[in-house]
Design a protein. Structure first.
Length: 136
């Protein structure tokens, strides 16, 4: 099986990226190919990078409270570019009710502070395996 390709991004004005770097390192250590875009990315920059890098997963780290705008916008831009097959997941300071609403809009599982990286790794691997089964 080929490696899972993940883009980790910090959209918006939030300047705290320690969590995103920890997640990126954990995913890499789990055998995934990881692209980290750095701070202050726009949804357009993130979607463009996801398409250019041909990723399977986009992980957004959002601590600024703009999750209800940023997750849907990235999803919309990926759909416009024909990449509705990309899993959009992420984490940050996101209330449970907002997580549920985002999931109803097609965003994958979201993770709060303190979630073990093993939970995220297992989720991505499970999603990828299921997608590969469907494509076979």
């Amino acid at each position: 099986m080929r490696p899972i390709r993940v883009l980790v991004a910090k959209p918006g004005l939030d300047g705290h990226d320690r969590g995103a770097k920890v997640v990126a390192a954990a995913l890499r250590d789990a055998g995934m190919e990881v692209v980290y875009t750095g701070l202050h990315q726009t949804p357009e920059m993130i979607a463009s990078a996801a398409v250019q890098e041909d990723v399977d997963v986009v992980g957004l780290s959002i601590l600024s409270g703009a999750h209800m705008t940023l997750f849907p916008r990235v999803a919309e831009l990926l759909r416009e570019q024909g990449r509705e097959d990309v899993l959009i997941t992420g984490g940050g300071i996101i209330p449970k009710e907002d997580m549920e609403e985002l999931q109803s809009l097609g965003v994958g599982r979201l993770f709060g502070p303190g979630t073990p990286t093993s939970d995220l790794i297992a989720y991505i691997r499970g999603w990828f395996a299921e997608r590969e089964r469907q494509d076979a």
